[in-house]
Design a protein around this ligand. Structure first.
Ligand SMILES: [Zn+2]
Length: 69
């Protein structure tokens, strides 16, 4: 699943995105950073989560993201 999000990233977002965009980063690290990014968005950019939830069935979110309650 791919999400295209338009928002104003904060410093922490930018740091995580930088790691995710780094081709030299190992897959495991990339997965950890992805999870970190999603958690960060959940807690710090709730307006984004609301936008995502509005566009996606909640059931689908629960399947894709275990942290999503
Ligand atoms: Zn952020």
């Amino acid at each position: 699943m791919k999400l295209y999000l338009e928002f104003e990233p904060c410093e922490e977002c930018k740091n995580i995105i930088k790691v995710l965009n780094n081709q030299l980063v190992q897959i495991q690290t990339r997965e950890e950073e992805s999870a970190k990014f999603l958690r960060h968005i959940t807690y710090n950019h709730s307006e984004l989560v609301q936008a995502i939830v509005k566009d996606l069935p909640v059931q689908k979110l629960r399947e894709e993201f275990r942290w999503f309650q």
